[in-house]
Design a protein around this ligand. Sequence first.
Ligand SMILES: [Zn+2]
Length: 174
Amino acid sequence: MPKKEIVTYPNPLLKKKSKQVTAFDNKLKQLVSDMAETMFAAPGSGLAAVQIGVLLRVVVMNMSKDENENKYLELINPVISEEEGTQVDEEGCLSVPEYFTKVKRAKKVKVHALDLNGNELKYEFEDWSARVIQHEVDHLNGKLFLDRISSLKRNLYKKRRKKELREQKEQKAG
Ligand SMILES: [Zn+2]
């Protein structure tokens, strides 16, 4: 299970819409296992395939209770079919390094998704896990949590990120 490099903002790939999975083969299994490995190594709460450069509608969610556990759930072609209530909490993203801010999300969601064999499954998520799946489905639609905050905050982050990238480049050059 090789760990993959995570695509980070402002890579234009993160704005692309991912495609439906149609082949439930070993390649898909390998993708899911690579994604899980990458998520645990980061570590992160969830990961969408686009974050390792694959534009397919595949999500993994970290279901571990502590860092000794490597439990995850894979959702293929996930669709949020119902939303209920609201929650506001701190959110971050492995593709948006070192930035956390409050984001409003639905409190409860119902999700339809396929498993690795193409069987349809239904899930209900609440609170933290509801936040994670909403964040990951956004990724599949080319959206980041930065698109859900005020333009003022977003622009401040963009400036900071540009500066960070410039400094990293200068360090490498020097
Ligand atoms: Zn993310």
